[in-house]
Design a protein around this ligand. Structure first.
Ligand SMILES: [Zn+2]
Length: 664
């Protein structure tokens, strides 16, 4: 065992060699290890660097690692591999994350684990991967074509809507005005019982317009919900249109959002017919050619603006051919799971040891705009935790082996979660379809950012998530020679939160945020193997305790009815909005609402799935992280003006904030 003091010198050498620590930072004197029980905000927990400056030429990294032993070397190698640029920052759907998944599976196989999941395509067989679909995947246009009068419309002049079906339709044209069934003062573009089967329809976006191109129906020319594209598509689909062509009316002065970029959720989901948007000029010439009176597009707008603008069917000879081919854009990714089988009387009870292996890739989301396009290697976040989980597969397999066949040991499921960075999706998918009986699951240990231990200080969250948990953990903490920031709450922005939400005791290991968090600078050489060794020694001992201890942990919610942590107020939000946040499809500003929980502030205010939340009392909501900050600063009873986009239209709703409900 290496002496602590010399350890710090070696640690320093490593950091100095790696140049991890800022050159001008003064090393903190290492305080005597202690245990501090109380809430910790993961957004601000960042212990000071603790190293002593040395001349990098005087030390050898190999020596440092050699002194730390094979396990620390293995961990360090896992981190270097998982955070290498070829893994492209491990964003779901990328080639890079597939390399990482293969790497993790390889090592699980090396350690003799068993595949954890049922093989979806081969009953009875097992699989290492649990596939799940990421919310927010958008259909992509593979091909589009429009032919009229024997002429093909040029590429770029026509584009599919994201709700379009793949199809090939040849049919006579019809003009349906604004495609509105129930407009102002009984305005409707459809006759009673209108059936558009066998017709490709051309329809204007928006609603009847004033001279200035603004709405003739809304106050001050503002467009009303009747102009929603989703409603038009509903009305035309109800009347069996064979194909839909959306066109901008001449001199339209409303919002020029790119209809082809509108997310499928805002278009009412996948449609049964080809749906495209067409350049107005081309549409004008098509309509004039189809129309026996050869009226212009402006004349058709005037028709549609008039009170009695019914559908016009052109002669059967005025046919067009619409061809579309779409990729469903479903974004699939995978959790990876391996089992260390238990023994004896405890074998059918379980422990989960997990870490997310995804990161933010080239920084297109979850990172600073100025770094977009650069690889975000994610060495600490979370190659370090994944490497830790892999090292524990080795150490615990060896320990199980050494315990002999007569031992009573719980089974351990090692899980590498995907899509944590975009909303804890991997752990949510696992909780939704668990591969082990939830009532047999004793405890879940989550390793997320354990690579930058500083000042010997480690956050351990969830110490209040089981009865008497803190007192049972205290001897382990004391023996670790670490300063432990023991947070009772099992909630937080990482995968353990979903297990805690499902009523399972959890522990969350975290060495804190730092200057490279979610930045290209989170590189392999910035992590500290000495620190990880201490963290994983503690994690391994606690896992072994839970593997052997016959008494099950009894879940306990660490949250009071007003949302505060039992015994102390804390950094997490006392109020709850009640939306499941996601990202906007095209990366634009705003928080996409993936779901709304009943009975919450958001539900009361009428916020809906599919809405995009733009601002909070006028402050831009750039991401769900910003929204979390707002929630943390808010109080029960606060009224908030939230500006949102629904079906392409902006509106403001007033939300009265209520306290977060304690977990079931
Ligand atoms: Zn993370």
């Amino acid at each position: 065992m290496i002496d602590f003091r010399c350890c710090s010198a070696l640690a320093l050498a490593c950091c100095a060699l790696a140049g991890a620590a800022p050159q001008d930072a003064e090393p903190a004197k290492l305080a005597k290890p202690e245990i501090i029980v109380g809430p910790v905000s993961v957004y601000t927990f960042s212990p000071p660097e603790s190293f002593v400056k040395v001349n990098a030429d005087d030390v050898s990294l190999a020596q440092i690692l050699g002194d730390l032993g094979p396990d620390a070397i293995e961990w360090y190698q896992h981190v270097q591999t998982l955070s290498n640029p070829w893994f492209e920052g491990r964003v779901p759907g990328s080639e890079g994350i597939e390399h990482a998944a293969n790497y993790i599976q390889f090592w699980m196989e090396q350690r003799g684990l068993e595949p954890a999941f049922e093989n979806a395509s081969d009953r009875g067989a097992t699989a290492w991967r649990q596939k799940f679909e990421l919310p927010g995947g958008q259909p992509k246009e593979l091909a589009v074509g429009l032919k009229f009068d024997g002429a093909d419309v040029a590429k770029g002049e026509v584009a599919t809507l994201k709700c379009s079906a793949s199809g090939d339709v040849t049919a006579p044209l019809a003009f349906c005005g604004y495609g509105i069934a129930d407009g102002k003062d009984g305005y409707s573009n459809f006759a009673e019982g209108e059936d558009l089967a066998g017709r490709i329809v051309i329809v204007f976006r928006a609603e009847p317009l004033r001279e200035d191109g603004k709405s003739a129906w809304g106050e001050d020319g503002r467009f009303t919900p009747a102009s929603s594209l989703r409603k038009k598509l509903d009305a035309l689909a109800e009347r069996n249109a064979a194909g839909i062509i959306v066109v901008e009316p001449p001199n339209y002065a409303g919002k020029k959002s790119d209809l082809a970029a509108l997310p499928i959720g805002q278009l009412g989901g996948a449609r049964a017919m080809p749906c495209v948007v067409l350049d107005a000029e081309i549409a004008g010439s098509m309509l004039s050619a189809a129309d026996p009176e050869h009226r212009s597009l402006a004349a058709f707008r005037a028709l549609a603006d008039s009170a009695d603008a019914k559908t016009i069917r052109f002669p059967e000879t005025a046919t067009a051919t619409l061809t579309t081919s779409m990729d469903d854009g479903k974004l699939l990714t995978e959790n990876i799971g391996g089992i260390l089988r238990g023994k004896g009387t405890l074998a059918d009870e379980w422990i989960v040891i997990g870490a997310h292996y995804d990161h933010v890739g080239y920084g297109n989301y979850g990172a600073d705009a100025e770094n977009r396009g650069e690889v975000h290697p994610g060495a600490d976040d979370n190659a370090s935790g994944t490497a830790g989980m892999l090292l524990l597969t080795k150490q615990l397999s060896e320990a199980y082996e050494a315990m002999g066949d007569d031992a009573n040991l719980r089974s351990i499921l090692f899980l590498a979660f995907s899509a944590e960075e975009v909303g804890l999706n991997g752990s949510r998918a696992f909780i939704k379809s668990p591969s082990i009986p939830a009532d047999k699951l004793d405890f879940m240990l989550n390793l997320d950012m354990i690579g930058r231990l500083r000042s010997n200080e480690l956050e351990v969250g969830g110490v209040g998530s089981a009865e008497g948990f803190m007192e049972k953990l205290r001897p382990f903490f004391e023996a670790s020679a670490l300063t432990i920031r023991a947070d009772p709450s099992g909630r937080g922005p990482s995968d353990h939160a979903n297990f805690y939400g499902a009523g399972i005791p959890v522990l969350f290991f975290f060495t804190g945020v730092h200057e490279s968090y979610h930045k290209p600078g989170d590189k392999g050489y910035t992590v500290t193997p000495q620190g990880a060794k201490k963290v994983l020694d503690l994690a391994g001992k606690i896992a072994m305790w839970r593997a052997i201890e016959t008494d099950r942990l009894v879940f306990e919610s660490a949250t009071n009815s007003d949302g505060t942590t039992r015994g102390q107020d804390r950094g997490y939000a006392a109020v709850r909005l009640g939306v499941q946040p996601g990202m906007t499809e095209d990366g634009t500003v705003g928080v996409k609402v993936e779901g709304v929980s009943e009975g919450t502030s958001a539900a009361d205010a009428g916020i809906k799935e599919g809405d995009v939340l733009l601002s909070w009392n006028g402050d831009e909501l750039a991401s769900s992280g910003v929204m979390m900050e707002k929630l943390r600063a808010a109080k029960v009873g606060d009224k908030v003006e939230i500006r949102l986009v629904r079906d392409g239209h902006e509106e403001t709703v007033t939300v009265t904030l209520k306290a977060g409900k304690p977990r079931a």
